[in-house]
Design a protein around this ligand. Structure first.
Ligand SMILES: [Zn+2]
Ligand SMILES: [Zn+2]
Length: 256
């Protein structure tokens, strides 16, 4: 089936001419599928055109919790994300590190995305930084378990992981797993069942060891897979098979 980068941003790569080349390079490196994640609704047409051009690149639609562009209403989100080529709603969520002060607006934006996802019956891609309690509480209050989804770039503790798993969510591990200081995340990852894990780059952010300090590329999701194999004490192939299977189980709108 091939390796899947479950979360990346081809259109945020520094070289704006490069997304097509980045797909080709990653596929040569053994990465077969990608989820090109929206951070705003302004790029809607660009994301769809890119996926039309690259059948291996799936896409989704939403407004990043810290996004400063258009902030669509729930009805507007439903209308914009209804296209069947959008396999999920997101990324959405809470980011209490990037933004501060009264973040009621962020929580309202997150709730609108969950409600839209439920109306569309599509899974949710959740970004959560510095806000584990509120993320879990809002997902629970809004009944997010009826559609499920993934907590992308998961970095929280085992209790938070278990609360998300209990709602049927998957957890996606990024290059942070490979960082020297991430010992507690590796412990958490070891405890989460393999059939609930995804892997991602979040490119152009969060380049894994040994590429730290550079712009990240989807090709480097292989380093996350290698690290996860070590953490779990299993074969690399077992990790890539399971995480790819999990991806297609979650995003039923994506077909390999
Ligand atoms: Zn994110
Ligand atoms: Zn992202």
């Amino acid at each position: 089936m091939g390796i899947v980068d479950s979360h990346c941003h081809f259109h945020l790569l520094a070289n704006h001419e490069a997304p097509d080349a980045a797909v080709a390079a990653a596929r040569e490196g053994g990465v077969s599928y990608f989820l090109n994640v929206a951070v705003d609704v302004e790029s809607r047409d660009e994301l769809l055109a890119f996926s039309d051009r690259h059948p291996s690149v799936f896409t989704c639609l939403g407004v990043h919790p810290s996004g400063t562009g258009t902030d669509p209403s729930e009805d507007e989100l439903v209308r914009l994300a209804a296209d069947e080529r959008f396999v999920a709603v997101g990324e959405t969520g809470l980011d209490y590190i990037t933004d501060s002060g009264d973040l009621t607006w962020q929580r309202e934006r997150f709730r609108r995305h969950i409600r839209a996802a439920r109306r569309l019956d599509k899974p949710i891609i959740v970004h959560s930084r510095g806000a584990p309690e509120d993320t879990v509480r809002i997902l629970q209050e809004e009944g997010a378990e009826t559609v499920g989804g993934v907590i992308h770039c998961f970095v929280e503790d085992l209790a938070t992981a278990e609360a998300c798993l209990a709602m049927g969510f998957y957890l996606s591990l990024s290059g942070i797993l490979t960082f020297r200081k991430a010992a507690s995340l590796r412990e958490t990852a070891a405890a989460v069942p393999l059939d609930r894990l995804l892997i991602e780059t979040d490119a152009p952010y969060l380049a894994p060891v040994p590429h730290r300090g550079h712009e990240n590329h989807p090709a480097w999701v292989t380093h996350v897979a290698e690290c996860l194999a070590e953490v779990k004490g299993i074969d690399y192939q077992e990790v890539t098979d399971a995480t790819s299977r999990n991806f297609f189980n979650l995003f039923t709108g994506a077909t390999p």
